[in-house]
Structures are given as structure tokens and as C-alpha cells.
Write a protein that binds this ligand. Structure first.
Ligand code: DOR
Ligand code: ZN
Length: 335
């Protein structure tokens, strides 16, 4: 059995910088036609100059593969209209992190008060710049995303022309929000379609499955699967592939992030086949994003075949999801 995917897109990707960038960028650029690149470097990407230099380093790391990095700026509530008007020429979106909520987000927004965000959100609405959001409060870890739901509602109601993407959703409540507000969209990761909190901490602790937002309950995963497998038109694949060196994961004080980029399409094929939904995979990994953002990614065809392969134990010093395990699908050809 084989399937062909046209121009798959990863709508949420961490590529990091320097040596890590060189290790991981080719693994995404091999099988994806483009990706939305997260700006949470140290320091975060907050200027056009830093963004353009980073974009160049990414392109230099992708082995001349056909791959379009869609760049994001780290959201600041003091960005003004004139700055955003200039930035719009180079950026795909702004990424908003609540301050301190996850890896390298200390410079994020400290209050979700609408008034303090209004000027920037209005400028974005007018300029047509999408807002990508890491939606978690600083409450109890299992409740953070659900508590953030009221913030999404406020944003969506007050800024109806702003395209708002709930990044890496993990709860059934977030899924429900999609159908309540026209301007709310979502990305879903591979790992949140596969795992629940039990897989992370139900037995021996699995540091390589620890991420933010933390994986939730079986009924939450069911809700995510329902919209992903049916390719609900407002959901897009965003891996949130977030590499950390092995010593930062297998340590006291484990960094959050699951590294999935090199196995994402194989594992998605396996999952969609298991649920008799292979026909919807193209929409989930490309078509929905193209429609939502009116994107025209570079042409790239990925042929996947049902042929078992063993996932490497590591890529450089990064351990991928399913390390040393068998996946039933492999990449046959990229052209
Ligand atoms: O698990 C995560 N890792 N979640 C995030 O939001 C950030 C990411 C990272 O940058 O490592
Ligand atoms: Zn992320």
C-alpha cells in the first residue's frame, strides 16, 4: 500500500539555532515543503533583522531541499502599527506566549488583559497578520489549557477580524471552541494524537514524552483524534517538534518538548491507516493550512509506503519519539 502527499506542511516547528539547527533542520526539510518556525530562541526573535538572519541560517541548514520557512516574531504588546506594517513583508505570523509558561518564554506577555493588547491586536487585524497562541494559564498543570479558554473567547469576540490559532490543542474544550468562533483555528501535534498522561507518567517516567501542554486524558485525545482524522477544516498539523539534547531530557529538571520531525509523516500515516482515514491525511497535513492561510507552498511530493522501519535511537544527541521502535510506514520517495 502507498500514499502520496503533496507539499506537506508543519504548521508549528522548533528548529533552534547553531549546532542543533544543523542537526534538525534537514530532518524537516527532507519531508516537508514548509514549516511555521517558532521564535522562542535565546533571546527570542523580536526584530526584523534577527528574523531575517535566522531565516538565512535555516535555509543554509536545509541542504538545498525545497523547503519554505514561514517565519514568526515573538509577540510583544508594544509592537506598533508602523513596525508591524514593515514586518508584514517578512513574517507569517506573531507567536504569543504567556510569560514563563514554557521553554524560553520568559519575555512573553504577563497579562492577557484585552486593553493592554488592544493596540497590537487591532494593528494585526488591519494588516492581516495571524496570531498564534500558546494557550495556557499558570494554574494547575492539567487545567491550564481549559482555563485559557475564556481568554480565547475574549480574543475571538473582541477582534473578529483577527485570525487566531490555538496552538497544539490538547483538550476536548479547545476542540469545542473551534465551532463556536469563526476566527479561531487550531494546530494539533502528532504526540497529542498518540499519547495521554498515562504514557508520560502512568508507569516509569518517560522524559522524552514530557511536553507543554502536558498530554491529557483519554477523552481529550479522543476529541483531538475525531477532528484530526476527519480533517475538520479548521485544524492543521503542527508537530511542535521541540528538540532538546539528551542530557537536558534525561535529567533532574527535564526540558519540555517531544522531538517528532523525522518520523511525523510515517507515524501520521500509521495512525490514519489504523483509523481508516488515510483519505483525510492530505487535508490535515497541507490542504487545510493552504486554505486557512491562502498559502501556496513549494511543490513537493512524498510517497509513503506500508513497510516497517525502525526509528533511530537518536539523531545527533536528540532522542525522537518512538526511538528504537517499529513504525509500519516508511518514506519511499521525495520529489
Ligand atoms: O513542550 C514544549 N516544548 N512546548 C512548548 O511550548 C515549547 C517547546 C520548546 O520550545 O521546547
Ligand atoms: Zn511549540
Amino acid at each position: 500500500m502507498q500514499i502520496k502527499l503533496n507539499s506537506p506542511l508543519d504548521m508549528h516547528l522548533h528548529l533552534r539555532d547553531n549546532k542543533m539547527l544543523e542537526t534538525v533542520a534537514p530532518l524537516s526539510s527532507y519531508s516537508f515543503a514548509g514549516a511555521v518556525i517558532m521564535p522562542n530562541l535565546v533571546p527570542p526573535i523580536t526584530t526584523i533583522e534577527a528574523l531575517l538572519e535566522y531565516k538565512k541560517r535555516i535555509i543554509d541548514s536545509t541542504c538545498r531541499d525545497t523547503f519554505e520557512p514561514l517565519m514568526t516574531l515573538f509577540f510583544k504588546d508594544d509592537y506598533k502599527y508602523e513596525f508591524l506594517k514593515e514586518a508584514k513583508k517578512y513574517i507569517f505570523a506573531l507567536k504569543l506566549y504567556p510569560s514563563g509558561i514554557t521553554t524560553n518564554s520568559e519575555g512573553g506577555v504577563s497579562s492577557m488583559d484585552i486593553e493592554s493588547l488592544r493596540e497590537t491586536f487591532e494593528a494585526m487585524s488591519e494588516l492581516g497578520i495571524p496570531l498564534l497562541v500558546h494557550g495556557e494559564t499558570n494554574g494547575f498543570v492539567m487545567d491550564r489549557e481549559r482555563e485559557f479558554g475564556s481568554v480565547y473567547e475574549q480574543f475571538a469576540k473582541n477582534f473578529p477580524k483577527l485570525k487566531i490559532v490555538m496552538e497544539h490543542i490538547t483538550t476536548k474544550e479547545s476542540v469545542d471552541l473551534l465551532d463556536r468562533f469563526e476566527n479561531l483555528y487550531a494546530t494539533i501535534t502528532l504526540h497529542h494524537l498518540y499519547i495521554t498522561l498515562d504514557d508520560v507518567a502512568g508507569g516509569m517516567l518517560k522524559p522524552h514524552l514530557f511536553c507543554k501542554p502536558i498530554a491529557k486524558r483519554p477523552e481529550d485525545r479522543e476529541a483531538l483524534l475525531r477532528v484530526a482524522l476527519s480533517a475538520h477544516p479548521k485544524v492543521m498539523f503542527g508537530s511542535d517538534s521541540a528538540p532538546h539534547p539528551v542530557d537536558k531530557k534525561e535529567s533532574c529538571g527535564c526540558a519540555a518538548g517531544v522531538f517528532t520531525a523525522p518520523i511525523a509523516l510515517q507515524a501520521l500515516s500509521q495512525l490514519f491507516e489504523k483509523h481508516n482515514s488515510l483519505d483525510n491525511l492530505q487535508a490535515f497535513v497541507s490542504q487545510n493550512a493552504k486554505k486557512i492561510y491562502n498559502l501556496n507552498p513549494p511543490k513537493k511530493e512524498i510517497i509513503l509506503e506500508k513497510k516497517p522501519s525502525i526509528v533511530p535511537k537518536s539523531y545527533g544527541d536528540v532522542v525522537p519519539m518512538f526511538a528504537d521502535k517499529e513504525l509500519s510506514w516508511s518514506i519511499k520517495l521525495v520529489e
